[in-house]
Design a protein around this ligand. Structure first.
Ligand SMILES: Cn1cc(CCO)c2c3c(c(-c4ccccc4Cl)cc21)C(=O)NC3=O
Length: 291
């Protein structure tokens, strides 16, 4: 019956995990399958408006980008009492933006190995999206979500005199996933909804949409630069232009190779930036030469 909300019928709301102009996101347990989901509720856009086009875009993109381990999974979407609701995979480790903030607070940084793992996961997700002739158009730390899974690695029994005592070695497996498909569009579609200006390449500002996948690579390069401690990124002004002229501060904790790769990813000429496929084969990501 229409006046009982499907949302409250199907989900037990655990709490608010994010708000913004996009709407509000709740951590919910599905009453039927007992699993946890991230559910975004946004005001239903006016029929025929840009917002409605974007809202439908997001659902179409999720439907096309079915299951990939480095893209946040979509389960369902529906409209009720003037709201649009989308039910996605819940990633229990927060966003990359949260991690970067926490690292800055504790004066810590990602190791080069951790940066490479982040690069590889997101490059895999981008390769999949681009292989479907789609582009994300809003890659940034706030849209990369983290799933942490504890795994029992080993159990050691050493029999002390009073019998067994076992030691468990638990490893935490981290998976990065590309989320928020609200700006996804097709490679050949001339209508582009610009993403966050801090990660926007100049050619998009100039409405040159001839190399859209490379706009994702540009934003991805600045995302890694921020994860490596190069942030916070300018929204405008001379610093903004310096970056678009290919000027990036050296990241002192990381290899020359990695610093060179980031410079290539934000190259002013989109054709000079490596594709997602090329990134995955890049020696920085396959340091042991396993091509
Ligand atoms: C603010 N926020 C925090 C989280 C949890 C991270 O540990 C989160 C998620 C999502 C989303 C999301 C983004 C865009 C569209 C729909 C959703 Cl559900 C937003 C999220 C999403 O799709 N999956 C999430 O885990």
């Amino acid at each position: 019956d229409s006046n009982i909300s499907r949302y409250h019928q199907e989900f037990h709301e655990l709490g608010l995990i994010g708000t913004g102009e996009f709407g509000s996101v709740y951590k919910c347990i599905n009453r039927l399958d007992g699993c946890t989901y991230a559910v975004k509720k946004s005001i239903k856009p006016v029929a025929g408006s840009i917002n409605e086009k974007n809202a439908l875009n997001e659902v179409y993109a999720h439907a096309v980008l079915g299951k990939h381990q480095h893209v946040v999974r979509y389960y369902s979407a529906w409209a009720e009492d003037n709201h649009m609701i989308i039910q996605n995979e819940y990633c229990n480790g927060g966003s990359l933006a949260d991690t970067i903030l926490n690292l800055e607070k504790e004066k810590k940084h990602f190791t080069e190995i951790e940066i490479r793992q982040l690069l590889l996961h997101v490059a895999e997700g981008l390769r999949y999206i681009h292989s479907m002739q789609l582009v994300h158009m809003d890659i940034k730390p706030g849209n990369i979500f983290i799933s942490k899974e504890k795994r029992l690695l080993a159990v050691n029994y050493d029999s002390a005199d009073d019998g067994f005592d076992e030691e468990e070695t638990i490893e935490e497996e981290i998976t990065y996933k590309i989320g928020d498909l609200g700006h996804v569009t097709s490679v050949n579609n001339p209508q582009v909804e610009e993403g966050d200006c801090r990660y926007l390449p100049t050619e998009i500002l100039r409405e040159d949409f001839s190399h859209l996948p490379k706009a994702d690579i540009f934003a991805f390069g600045l995302t890694i630069y921020e994860a490596g401690g190069g942030g916070p990124l300018p929204k405008n002004g001379s610093e903004w232009h310096d970056i678009r002229n290919g000027k990036l501060k050296e990241l002192p904790h990381y290899s020359r190779d990695l610093n060179e790769l980031l410079k290539l990813m934000i190259h002013p000429n989109p054709e000079m930036r490596p594709s997602a496929v090329c990134l995955i084969q890049h020696r920085v990501l396959c340091p042991f030469g396993n091509k």
